[in-house]
Write a protein that binds this ligand. Structure first.
Ligand code: DLL
Length: 402
């Protein structure tokens, strides 16, 4: 078992570790991040006020707009020379939000991803076809690090190029597929169109899917077509990336690696903390992050936390599959899209009017379409169409039909 000791921590030891790390991280964030110091001041809280795990509730929330407002690196808690790597994710408007990692952060993230692979049954000798996007998105590299941590072979095919994807899947006998669930559902159909008989031609036995909500029906379809066992994995860029939660063999909720993340649920309207078991918005406190120690980060993801012991022997609490979001963020093929980003682009093009419509369709691959209004003489202007398309692409990172 990879990182066995951490995976099997008993509740008492977990709590002891959490408190130790929480106090250390709070001191670190308070000392080094002006925003944290200001917020603590406003709430009349000092690092010394955090004496028990429950005291986490005294800490003010951090939200996505805090990252946007401090673009690019205003909430760093270490000197920039200590950074090993940066990633980015869509913000609510034109600018992305930037994620920073020290060497220690990268090592911790790799270890979390190693555990994630291990829980799903991936071992040395497995061949991982990593169909998450490599680049600023945390999916590609996150899964890459995890495969390396457990000693598996990784094929960094990244997204797209379905024909080549399927050819390599067959010829290299990939045993593990990692991708967005929507792309894997698309491959169910595409592999038949390309003339493959999935169960005969491919060697997949394990699938790791995440970055967007998916249903039990999608799981069943993927498993039936490919004959693999599919695990849901959860994460977000601000919390390293993937690697926050993973389904074990029982697949009854996702274990959250709680020696690194303290999880709470709150009422998204009032901010009131809910008891375990009640549905609400997930809030995470990172317990060892050096570069960007986010405290009580509001995810906007709706779920439930349950702390009952799992038959797998792990005491890390579980969250239910993400049910939806409490804001208006859309996820199109794993890519996060805020309506406000689209609005931001359209409002910066003078010949467009104020009204617009965003349409997400789920035929084959998820698709985004944007309808905008303009004066009659501009209606069929190819230059305008091109301008809108390329501006949207620059901000969203995906193509939209306009
Ligand atoms: O999607 C990180 C990731 C990559 C997770 C690969 C899993 C696999 P972001 O782009 O920042 O990071 O998007 C984070 O995606 O707040 C959820 O709304 C959604 N999300 C992620 N995983 C799941 C999942 C990555 N398993 C946002 N089920 C999160 C439902 C998910 N929604």
């Amino acid at each position: 078992m990879f990182d066995r000791k951490a995976q099997l921590l008993k509740p008492k030891e977990l709590k002891r570790l959490q408190l130790l790390k929480l106090r250390k991280t709070v001191r670190h964030a308070y000392r080094n991040v002006p925003l944290v110091r200001r917020r603590f001041g406003e709430a009349n809280v000092k690092p010394e006020s955090i004496r028990t795990l429950e005291d986490v509730q005294k800490i003010p929330f951090t939200v996505k707009t805090d990252l946007r407002d401090n673009y690019p690196l205003g909430i760093l808690a270490v000197p920039q020379t200590r950074l090993y790597c940066l990633h980015a994710s869509s913000g609510t408007t034109g600018k992305p939000i930037i994620m920073a990692y020290t060497r220690g952060d990268l090592e911790r993230w790799s270890r979390l991803m190693g555990r994630t692979f291990d829980v799903a049954g991936v071992r040395k000798g497995d061949i991982v076809q990593n169909m998450f996007g490599y680049g600023l998105f945390t999916g590609g590299l996150g899964f890459h690090y995890g495969a390396r941590a457990v000693g598996a072979t990784v094929i960094p095919t990244s997204t797209g190029n379905t024909k080549r994807q399927l050819m390599l899947m067959k010829d290299l006998r990939s045993s593990v597929a990692a991708s967005t669930p929507s792309y894997m559902v698309y491959l169910c159909e595409a592999s038949r169109v390309e003339g493959y008989e999935p169960k005969r031609d491919f060697s997949l036995k394990i699938g790791l899917f995440g970055a967007e909500p998916w249903s039990e029906e999608a799981r069943k379809r993927i498993e039936d077509v490919f004959g693999l066992r599919a695990h849901d994995c959860y994460g977000m860029s601000e919390l390293y990336g993937p690697g926050v939660g993973i389904e074990c063999e029982n697949r009854n909720g996702l274990h959250v690696w709680s020696d690194e993340f303290l999880v709470e649920t709150i009422n998204p309207d009032t901010g009131e903390v809910l008891e375990p078991g009640k549905e609400g918005e997930l809030v995470f406190t990172m317990l060892s992050r050096e570069a960007m120690p986010l405290l009580r980060y509001r995810t906007r993801d709706l779920s439930r936390v349950f702390e009952e012991e799992c038959e797998c022997g792990r005491y890390h609490p579980r969250i239910q599959r993400i049910k939806g979001r409490s804001d208006d963020m859309l996820i199109v093929g794993g890519v996060n899209v805020f309506p406000s980003q689209v609005e931001h682009v359209l409002m910066n093009i003078p010949s467009l009017g104020d009204q617009y419509q965003i349409i997400v369709s789920h035929r084959e691959l998820a698709q985004l379409a944007v309808k905008a209004e303009t004066s009659a003489d501009k209606l069929n202007d190819p230059a305008l169409l091109k301008e809108i398309q390329s501006d949207l692409f620059a901000v969203l990172g995906i193509r939209a039909e306009v």
